[in-house]
Design a protein. Structure first.
Length: 319
């Protein structure tokens, strides 16, 4: 989470790099039960996207399917934004952020994750993706001198240590290294975009900007899919259900919940809920897909969770 108070959307992970106003007066307390409910709902929806994606890529080409998903989500978001009176005339800064995030988040980050989940488990992809707050804080501190208190540095060390613990165990267990590298490259692409546009302002067009980002990503993914994939689909009710779910729930519902939460308690406080993503990500994959969890996975998830929470708390203090 950069100084700008960036906000995610998934799988919407979670960032689009646009500045949001801090919370409304009288509604900033994280003890607000409604805010807690929205934060838990957002973290659950965001984390569940890896499991639904794993189901999709088992039976359909990942890039083409993702392009269709973003076409549908993007058109819905743009139409709703227009009904709310938002304009699709963007400033140069907004246009830059929209194109950059459409490519880096929707095409590279999510596209690489979808391809990777053909050969790696959803839990592994979720753990790598959950390191995004750590990567943004690390590179923001190392490259741009963004302030990070000692507890935040400790959180970085913990979080990275947890990732190393899990990945060391997984590599020893024979995880597909190519898929793992794709997830890592996707996380780095989104980290770069987040830091590159950390000062961009939304100008009140947040839903329109997100919708246009989806459409940019859809075009890029359609081109990549057309060049690299064969359109072969094994139709099943599980595939259809997973596609509808990932389009409407992580793609649209989670985005709306995030905006509402940010407006209620502010972007910095809302980002604290990201500490739940590693736990939800592996738990949902285990429950729905039956993915096995070893002692190193459980310990690593606990360490990463503590690290993300420490980093986000530190950044909240710094603000």
């Amino acid at each position: 989470m950069g100084k700008s108070g960036t906000f995610p959307h998934w799988p919407s992970p979670p960032y689009d790099g646009l500045k949001r106003p801090e919370g409304l007066a009288g509604k900033e307390d994280l003890a607000d039960l409604r805010a807690i409910g929205m934060g838990l709902a957002f973290a659950f929806m965001w984390s569940s996207a890896f499991t639904s994606a794993r189901i999709i890529v088992a039976d359909a080409p990942p890039l083409t399917t993702l392009a269709i998903r973003f076409l549908i989500s993007g058109l819905i978001a743009v139409v709703v934004a227009r009904l709310l009176g938002q304009s699709w005339r963007l400033s140069r800064e907004q246009l830059y952020a929209t194109i950059l995030f459409g490519i880096c988040q929707n095409a590279l980050y999510l596209g690489l994750n979808f391809v990777a989940m053909q050969t790696i488990e959803a839990a592994v992809a979720a753990i790598v993706a959950s390191s995004l707050p750590l990567l943004v804080a690390l590179f923001g501190w190392a490259l741009f001198g963004e302030r990070l208190p000692h507890v935040g540095i400790l959180g970085l060390i913990l979080g990275i240590g947890g990732v190393v613990l899990i990945m060391g165990s997984r590599i020893g267990g024979g995880v597909d290294l190519f898929g793992l590298v794709l997830c890592g490259l996707g996380a780095l692409a989104l980290t770069f975009a987040t830091l590159a546009v950390r000062g961009a302002a939304s100008g009140g067009n947040v839903l329109m900007v997100v919708g246009l980002q989806m459409l940019v990503g859809s075009v890029a993914l359609a081109v990549a899919g057309g060049v690299t994939e064969t359109l072969e689909v094994r139709w099943s009710w599980q595939l259809v259900a997973a596609f509808i779910y990932t389009t409407l729930i992580p793609g649209l519902a989670a985005t709306w919940v995030w905006f509402t939460l940010v407006a209620r308690i502010g972007a910095v406080r809302a980002a604290t809920f990201h500490f739940l993503n590693p736990f939800f990500g592996v738990a949902i994959a285990a429950l729905v897909l039956g993915e096995a969890l070893g002692p190193a996975d459980l310990a690593g998830v606990a360490i990463i969770t503590a690290g993300i929470l420490a980093v986000q708390r530190a950044r909240r203090t710094a603000h």
